[in-house]
Ligand binder design. Sequence first.
Ligand code: NA7
Length: 549
Amino acid sequence: MTSETIATDQDAIIVGAGLGGLRTMIELRKLGISFRCFEAGDGIGGTWFWNRYPGARTDSESWTYCYQFDRELFEEWDWHDRFPGQVEVENYLNFVADRFDLRKDIQLGATVKGATFDEDSSTWTVTLEDGTTSTSRYFIVAGGPLAARYTPDLKGIDDFGGTWVHTSRWPEGGIDVRGKRVGIVGTGATGVQLIPELAKEAANVTVFQRTPNYVIPARNHPLSDTDRRSLKADADRISNVVREHWFGMDLGMAGRLTTDVTPEEQQKILEWGWEIGGFHFIFETFDDIFLTHEANEVVAEFVRNKIRQIVKDPETAEKLAPKGYPIASKRVPLGHYYYEAYNRPNVDLVDVSENALAEATSSGITLADGTHYDVDILVFATGFDASTGSITRMDIRGRDGLTIQESWAEGAQTHLGVATKGFPNLFMVFGPQTPFANFPPVAENIVEFLSQALTHLEESGAATMEATQEAMDEWAEHLDVLLNALVLSEGERVRSWFVGANIPGKPHKVLFHFGGVAAYCASTQAVIDEGWKGFVFEGSSAKKDAVPA
Ligand code: NA7
């Protein structure tokens, strides 16, 4: 036994009760590490609590958008849809919270304003927006990679006479769009889901599109009892494949390149992928889509031709057809009759790529050239300060009062996306520089790594664990190499949040690991095997005045 450890209100404070936070809590319980979770929302679920806009659903198949670590949990939950909607995922996460009795340690409606590290005691003091404070040894941020909403700074928005909303703050009771003129800014994954849904009810929907996306069909459908039984019987395979597959999904390799087949065969194979729906189209048609511009262009042109076939008005089809950048250098959205929505007489597409939004007026939106659009409701589907935003929006102060904003002024720097120098015992679940892939398996991998790190810390008796500058530099270089090996690296030019390019003024830096889930896992394991390479363990967790046992 070591001596008595430093007293804090709890061992760990966790920010966020979404997918990452809940998995972290389950793990800490297993380790016997006490914790308190502060969640800004009035309910559990993170992304799935906040994003209530019509059409919100996962782009991952339900049996992979869930935890895999507990077979009984996997078998107890019945998914209704191939791609579950917001309510279904929110219900699942609430079920998990109850099943593991987590609620008693979660404080809802508690927004963390900041956290300060005290070097003498090696503890964190966390301050909530209401001024209350709480202390811990470990400060674990699980705020989500797509949680800090971004709304463009549009002149005159306060004078707008109608209702305006960011999609991630859609009110719980919904917005009645019946008979209303709705303007939607943004055609990322969110706008793509929302537009067809609003078009069903609104008098008119005007879509302000800056960059068209390559949208591939989801082909959602309800799962039958037989589907559910066979998925549960297949649990071992699913749990393995999501850890092995590059994108953390129940997908395989295509086993062929575009150059292996004739142009006619290419079209047939892509047609198969288009019909089966979801990311099979990207990952199971050709293995060189991400590797060569020629292969990528074959697939990109296939999507453009699909748009031209689906959308009846040729001018609208051309505006919707992405050109000049590779498919997947921006996050590819799944559509639910997205292109079909533009055939409705009440949906209009306005290209704002060269004629930008200039200002909001009392009655609508005016573009740079003075064209005005009257709208009653204005929706910003304008995305998030991805990856770093949920961390940098807090006032986090590490050693010598260093703030996280100062430390990341040139872009986020981390070791494995989990820790950053100057902020001992601060751990991130899905922080910047972790894999771009299906969220749940990535979160599970990170939490398992964190579990081993905390076990090592506790057993070593050290007070703190901290990343080194050298390790962070190496990790950043590694991430650059991974992205530059792919044609997706053009994301910077098309304002991709993969590299921070969607937020004006944000430093451009690779914010995700593009090597795949298994490769990331191998990197975390290598760090452990090499004696926690790139981390320093310092001090003693023993209370200074305690008598050693
Ligand atoms: P995204 O993918 O960042 O999309 C935001 C959209 O908003 C995108 O089409 C942007 O155009 C557009 N946007 C942003 N600012 C403006 C201005 N000022 N004018 C016109 N258009 C603008 O966010 P989502 O919410 O759709 O998706 C985020 C992820 O959340 C999603 O992938 C899921 O994983 C969950 P741009 O392309 O920059 O020209």
